[in-house]
Ligand binder design. Structure first.
Ligand code: SF4
Length: 246
């Protein structure tokens, strides 16, 4: 599949991700609800929440986490021990992310998979417990629910990243893990990863990294070919899907 976005729509359309982790009852869901409320005050962005649960879950009943998230998020997905709600089979985080096209995805839990996929995270500490979760991809540590929501949202919007899926293409000058460490420290910006560029090519479900030079050649060639067709007028996004190669 080939997805083409013009540069001026890149920031608006590229899906970016961030995690919130902490021990049980450390306030993760409350923080996420506060983030959602604050972002929705000033931005009309499409947000999805993915929550990991270690027990069977009931959705959309008053008082449940899915009920709270639904008020502000466009999609909320809960993955419990046996299944991923909204999907029929249990999926890992990588698969869930590949099905989404929200502009921002906030992931609650999934600490091992966040680490594996190099996704930056906020770590919640309660009564001094949970500090073992802090690592080089931690962009913020919140102790005993003391936070300024404006600062939290600023960090979320600046330091959430496009999922790099450990492609390790090296175009940013680093491997993905190092790149995210630098984004978290504020030394690099998320859009310096080639995956944030306007052209995305997926072959058999796997994203193929392209450097900006090749990306521009392919993008301009396809746009040039298609713009002469009837009905193609200033496209904001363009997807070409080839299901079977002949
Ligand atoms: S450009 Fe992106 S995908 Fe490539 S190594 Fe850097 S962070 Fe990873």
């Amino acid at each position: 599949m080939i997805d083409i976005l013009s540069n001026n729509t890149r920031e608006r359309d590229k899906m970016r991700v961030i995690g919130v982790i902490g021990l049980k009852n450390s306030g993760k869901t409350t923080l996420i609800c506060d983030i959602l409320k604050e972002i929705k005050k000033n931005n009309n962005i499409n947000i999805a929440i993915i929550k990991h649960s270690s027990h069977d879950v009931k959705i959309d009943k008053e008082g449940t986490d899915s009920y709270k998230f639904k008020k502000y998020a466009n999609i909320s997905i809960i993955s419990d021990v046996n299944r991923t709600i909204f999907f029929y089979d249990k999926m890992d985080l990588n698969e869930i992310l590949s099905k989404l096209d929200s502009q921002l995805v906030i992931i609650e839990g999934f600490k091992e998979q966040l680490k594996k996929l190099n996704i930056p995270k906020i770590v919640m500490i309660k009564d001094g417990e949970g500090s073992e979760l802090i690592d080089s991809h931690t962009l913020m540590v919140i102790k005993d629910m003391e936070y300024n929501i404006g600062d939290v949202v600023k960090n979320v919007l600046e330091k959430s990243i496009v999922p790099t899926y450990n492609l390790n293409c090296g175009h940013c000058g680093y491997i993905c893990k190092e790149f995210v460490e630098k984004v978290v420290k504020g030394n690099l910006s998320w859009d310096q990863c080639v995956i944030s560029e306007g052209l995305e090519i997926t072959v058999n479900g796997k994203t193929i990294p392209l450097n900006p030079f090749v990306s521009n050649i392919v993008k301009n060639t396809i746009i040039g070919l298609l713009s002469s067709l009837k009905g193609v007028d200033n496209p904001e996004s363009l997807t070409i899907k080839i299901n079977k190669m002949l």
